[in-house]
Design a protein around this ligand. Sequence first.
Ligand code: SAH
Ligand code: SF4
Ligand code: F3S
Length: 439
Amino acid sequence: MPRNIFYIRTFGCQMNVHDSDQLATMMVDDGFEQTEDVRQAQVILVNTCSIREKVAQKIISQIGRYRQLKENNPDLVIGVGGCLAQHWGTSLLKKNVGIDFVFGPHALDKVPEMISRVQKRGGAIVDTAFRTGITSLNICPRPHNGDLQAFVTIMQGCDNFCSYCVVPNLRGREESRPSQDIINEIRFLVAHGVKEVTLLGQNVNSYGKGLDEGICFSDLIKSIDAIDGLERIRFTTSHPKDLTDDLVDRFGKLGKLCEYIHLPFQAGSNSILARMNRGYTREDYLARVERLREVCPDIAVSSDAMVGFPGETTADFEATLEMMEIIRFDNLFSFKYSEREGTKAVSLDQKVPEKEKSRRLNLLQALQDRHTLERNKAMVGKTVEVLVEGISKNSSKDMMGRTRTNKIVNFRGPEQLHGKTVNLHITAGYLHSLRGELS
Ligand code: SAH
Ligand code: SF4
Ligand code: F3S
């Protein structure tokens, strides 16, 4: 069996998924062959995440299972990369006998070389250096035949240092990509059939900082909107403190910018927001959403929230529920606060017991389910534009697509509609999807 078949497994955020796609593209260009079957692999790459303890534990057990494959395949090379690798560095090698090399998020382009060093000489290697110049970001993942959507990195790193968060420590300082590189990449993707792009960064609203171009995020979106053949633009993640009026005003005006924003609020209490170092108040956040809805009444708003941050009293938690009642998010990703080594919040007192965190999370998720259902049901009777992505997961007789507001719609229609934009009359709204009819 040749020694160049690799398998890649990814954990964590969209950015990590995209990093893995870039890595895989680069490896294939380098002569490696990718497999979806881990037992075929001579090289296993695990791209990891460290955002919460539970995520980290799950990854460690998975790596343990991969290590067992070495029993029948002693030449198997295992490389662990991404945020957890960055966090642990050399100590990961000590903890997990059987890992051959460790690469941080800034060392993606070094992976083929690391593999060949391990294969030639053996012995463990670690590269967790931070680099500027974001070399690996300029690899555009090869679009697969029929891909309608693609992710495009516009910046890496984060300078915000929210007190609970590991990302600034593990991904390094914020660095924006030159706009021409981004535009060229999108043109390339469009030429390969892509119709929708999602611009990626930990805080896309501060795009442009540090570039000589004098460009900001809303300028970038305007240039992307002018790309022929592109139909939809989305972005993630937006930080409320940097969401400018300029950007808000682009919604509803730029034809390709979808009526959808993911705007994490984290908590509804000002004292908790201050302890989190989020840089905005509850009132600021409410005012941002109000303005978004003023300029674009149909906009869908999703968010992230956390319960049980140190010092969160019952009243603070109720302030979070109250914010949800006022805003009524279309969707919410919610988490129990997880203490992470190296973050400021470790030193905060008044920790919330695990059981209480679970109680609060359950209440919050039940409330959100009610709101999601209510928002989805409110779509019934409307006619909306849907980009048809393929056959429905629920029934092979149905097709599925996505609205500009990022909701999934199942409907009866021919397979030939794949890749087309159609108008659908919405007939039902459920918790996770809508039902529609061709109109
Ligand atoms: N850059 C994005 C989010 C990155 S992490 C932003 O600023 O919004 C995604 C989500 O994970 C965060 O919004 C937060 O809700 C959650 N998260 C991050 N660190 C966490 C921690 N230590 N414990 C629990 N949830 C956390
Ligand atoms: Fe983490 Fe805050 Fe940066 Fe988001 S903005 S990645 S939550 S530090
Ligand atoms: Fe996880 Fe790193 Fe993303 S910690 S959430 S993979 S930036």
